[in-house]
Design a binder for this molecule. Structure first.
Ligand SMILES: [Fe+2]
Length: 491
């Protein structure tokens, strides 16, 4: 696939071939050295030492589309190392809220760390003492509740006029959308203070959300209004104490995939309590939204997954959704540990798959050949949307992805734009074209890290023509570490 991001490299190689047999000039030597040296992926996992004041981004190419205005908010760990000790897992960096603002044809970037008790304690100790998902707590840590370990570093949503920075084993942190200042912990009900709240709530068309808070085989099902008010918190018992990162819903049911990566033991570091038990298979718990005590279970073969799509349910009760499935959780167990010490251990690639749960008869998972993570949909329509946006093209010899894809479930075709090996692609999101109600008519927005130029870039695609490449790209004057999840809030 032709990439507008690689012409200089191609020209360089053509030029080098033409010069074969000639004296090696300093310029040619430098060019060859540059070609031989892979761009350094480690900047995607480096530390950002301070907040980023708002700064204009430089337009690289193209033109911002008419009608596109708003802010892409993103979250992800960005501070992992301190002089006297570091996080040992990628998921344990301090949450940094990035705000990419687009308006009047221009873009800017600002970023601010979430002011968590964990960050304060670690700064005071000059070490990462608070621990986390995969990092042991250190000497001097005072952990009275999960929120003393809460890095607020996975995702960000909006409730009323406030942003919520979400972790998954503790409470949301309220963030000011204009200044990115931390306003404090969100306590939805006093007797449920510090209870977990997943980073992947599911949205109803009216803006209500569902979320889960899980501890082992116990969970609370949260329902929260668009303005942030608690509507319900219902305790449930899970049939298997699986690691749950995401779930999905239909218009009638919650669908909770229980993979055979299960909590055993009582370590305060979740990763060391989780055991991979492939012999158990995957179970799916289906709960009636009207009465959460009404449930059914179905079984699937063993797989591991972080993320899934919205789900459809037919009149007959058959449920379908997409999921990014791997054979095992080796990325999170090994690769996400190794990147913190600057080494890359390849892991199994997540593939987009279709899960079908018939009301009667065996459930099934059908795996495509499409490498996919960070699945997103149009968002306006419930159900399994025709198009799933995702990161793709797993780079060789370094972690994460270098392409963005749009999978069409009606044709089973994946439209892809590959940025090439110099870019590390983060999660991208969809926002509709103002005034259009047509499915997936709008824009795909998201950042890459240009590893060779050591800078974060922001790209906008026409969602229906992702293969054509970005219609506009901007560059920041800094590389922000790779983030996880975000959302676009229209101005
Ligand atoms: Fe996630």
């Amino acid at each position: 696939m032709t990439s507008p991001f690689q012409p200089s490299r191609r020209r360089l190689m053509a030029g080098a071939a033409g010069l074969a047999g000639l004296a090696l000039t300093p310029e040619l030597a430098a060019a060859e050295a540059g070609m031989a040296m892979a761009a350094d992926w480690k900047i995607a996992f480096a530390d950002l030492d301070a907040d980023l004041a708002p700064r204009a981004m430089q337009r690289l190419r193209g033109k911002a589309p008419e009608g596109l205005a708003g802010t892409l908010y993103r979250n992800g760990g960005a501070k992992f190392r301190r002089p006297k000790g570091r996080a040992t897992h990628w998921f344990d960096g301090d949450g940094l809220i990035r705000a990419f603002r687009i308006g009047d044809g221009q873009a800017s970037l600002a970023a601010r760390f979430v002011d968590t008790p964990k960050r304060r304690a670690d700064r005071a100790a000059d070490a990462v003492i608070s621990g986390g998902f995969g990092t042991e707590a250190g000497p001097g840590a005072h952990i009275a509740s999960p929120d003393d370990v809460n890095a607020a570093n996975i995702s960000i949503i909006r409730r009323g006029d406030t942003l919520w920075a979400l972790w998954e084993a503790g409470s949301p942190f309220a963030i000011d959308p204009a200044t990115l200042e931390t306003k404090g912990l969100v306590t939805l009900r006093d007797d449920l203070a510090h209870a977990p709240f997943l980073a992947h709530p599911r949205f109803e068309p009216d803006g209500r959300i569902w979320s889960l808070g899980q501890v082992g085989d116990k969970a609370v099902v949260w329902q929260v209004a668009a303005d942030g008010a608690l509507l319900a918190a219902t305790p449930i018992t899970l049939p298997m104490a699986s690691y749950i990162h995401d779930f999905t819903l239909t218009d009638r049911h919650l669908v909770i995939v229980l993979q055979p990566w299960v909590y055993e033991g009582r370590s305060v570091v979740p990763l060391t309590s989780l055991k991979w038990r492939p012999e158990l298979g995957t179970q799916v718990l289906i709960l009636d939204k009207q009465d959460l005590s009404v449930r059914r279970m179905v079984e699937l073969p063993t797989f591991f997954a972080f993320h899934m799509t919205s789900a459809s349910e037919s009149a007959a009760g058959d449920i379908r959704f997409g999921i990014c499935a791997s054979p095992e959780p080796d990325f999170v167990i090994r690769s996400a540990v190794d990147v913190m010490s600057g080494t890359y251990t390849p892991a199994s690639q997540p593939k987009l798959a279709l899960v079908t749960l018939p009301l009667r008869g065996p459930a099934r998972i059908e795996t495509t050949h499409v490498t996919a993570e960070f699945p997103r949909t149009d968002g306006r329509n419930p159900g399994l949307n025709r198009f799933t946006l995702h990161a793709t093209a797993q780079a060789r010899a370094r972690p994460l992805f270098q392409g963005v894809g749009v999978y069409d479930w009606t044709t089973n075709k994946d439209a892809v734009f590959d940025f090439g090996p110099d870019h590390l692609v983060e999660e991208m999101v969809f926002t509709p074209r103002p005034g259009s109600s047509e499915a997936f008519d709008g824009w795909i927005i998201g950042p890459t890290i240009n590893l060779r130029a050591a800078r974060t870039e922001l790209h906008v695609f026409d969602a229906r023509h992702v293969s054509d490449g970005p219609i506009v790209s901007w560059a920041a004057d800094v590389a922000v570490p790779a983030g996880l999840h975000g959302m676009f809030w229209r101005a």
